[in-house]
Design a protein around this ligand. Structure first.
Ligand code: ATP
Length: 356
């Protein structure tokens, strides 16, 4: 198990700065996700770790080793990409053995390690099949075995599941996590799929413009986004603008068009002064609907459009100039669509105050 430390990394393509003075530390054995809007630098960072790009500035450490300028084949990383890129003319076993043959590993050793890697991804009985005799998910398992068989120092995954259908993605998500943990592999995983990142990661980084905007566990990033970009990018949220009445690390009081709101800071290192304009972020499922005036953090409005989804319902809640998205678990207010006034309220710990 190795840690990965990235220090002041800058990678430019002509006039584009794809990575901008980026710092990041990934713990040994961690399953770490890179997320962010298109063009934010995820793939560039992953490719820099693999050695396909040499940065203009900065350093990459695998454990104690500075690998910044090391050729890709000397880094001993295991890689798995969007397209499985299995050789169609080779059997599953031959595909997995390929990397070991290149490294001139002894024949018996190859056989043993290929067997182990295929067992690890539960493909032991498919060794003699050709890739076109496998499903997409099975091909992806073989690609994972091929990445594991070289006993990599770390695993680099770039959208590994994006070619699979929804059901297989779910299955393979759990499978990738199981294998990474079983092999105690430090893994960096790039995806566009937030659900994948929320459900599988130990921690994640949200990038934007070649910089890291937030690093944390899924729960921390979802519950306490540090800025508007993160709040908007991970999950859905309602934004309400306001001005600070008072603030400290423990809590913030904000005057809004709906009255006073009590909330918590998204980034406790930046306590805003009184009067500062801020944005409140409330997740749609954090609102509670009622007919009575709530004690605090209440918004008066009416339910407009609604979508019934069985266990939940989604409402457009029309409140003055704004329409809030509200999700109700075990829906009770469906019949209120187009009817009288209601109140939506949120607990202070669910109201995140963003200072950007
Ligand atoms: P996506 O989610 O769309 O895959 P990404 O976050 O992986 O995006 P990168 O591919 O890392 O983003 O690109 C970061 C920036 O660098 C973008 O502005 C992109 O256009 C630019 N870029 C990436 N690769 C090259 C290249 N080989 N030549 C020139 N510009 C590049």
């Amino acid at each position: 198990m190795i840690s990965i430390r990235i220090q002041k990394l800058t990678k430019r393509f002509g006039l584009v700065t794809a990575l901008d003075d980026l710092d990041l530390a990934i713990e040994p054995g961690e399953l770490f996700f890179l997320l962010g809007p298109s063009g934010c630098g995820k793939t560039t960072l992953l490719r820099s770790l693999a050695g396909f790009y040499i940065p203009e500035e900065g350093t990459i450490f695998f454990g104690a080793d500075d690998v910044t300028r090391l050729a890709p084949h000397k880094r001993n990383t295991g890689m798995m990409f969007q397209s499985y890129a299995l050789w169609p003319h080779m059997t599953v076993a031959e595909n997995v053995a390929f990397g070991l043959e290149e490294r001139k590993v002894a024949r018996d050793e190859i056989k043993r390690r290929v067997g182990e890697a295929l067992e690890a991804v539960r493909m032991g009985s498919y060794a003699e099949r050709k890739p076109n005799q496998l499903s997409g998910g099975q091909q992806q398992r073989v690609a994972l075995a091929r990445a594991l068989v070289v006993r990599p120092r770390c695993l680099l995954l770039d959208e590994p599941l994006s070619n699979l259908d929804a059901k297989l993605r779910l299955e393979m998500r759990a499978e990738i996590r199981r294998v990474c943990k079983e092999f105690a592999l430090t893994t960096v995983y790039v995806t566009h799929d937030q659900k994948e990142a929320l459900s599988v990661s130990d921690r994640m980084a949200i990038l934007d413009g070649g910089r890291i905007r937030q690093v944390g566990t899924a729960r921390a990033v979802y519950r306490r986004p540090a800025c508007k970009l993160v709040a908007n990018f991970i999950g859905e949220t309602d934004f309400i603008e306001g001005n600070v009445v008072s603030a400290d690390r423990g809590g913030v009081v904000v005057e809004t068009a709906f009255g006073r709101f009590y909330g918590v800071l998204g980034d406790v290192t930046r306590v805003p002064p009184a009067g500062a304009s801020v944005t409140l972020s409330v997740r749609p499922e954090c609102w509670t609907l009622s007919r009575e005036i709530p004690e605090r953090n209440g918004v008066k409005g009416r339910i407009g459009a609604c979508v019934y989804l069985g266990e939940t319902a989604q409402y457009d809640f029309r409140a003055g100039e704004q329409t809030l998205k509200i999700i109700e678990l075990n829906p009770r207010f469906l019949d209120q669509s187009g009817r009288g006034e209601l109140f939506a309220s949120a607990a202070p710990e669910d109201v995140v105050v963003l200072t950007e």
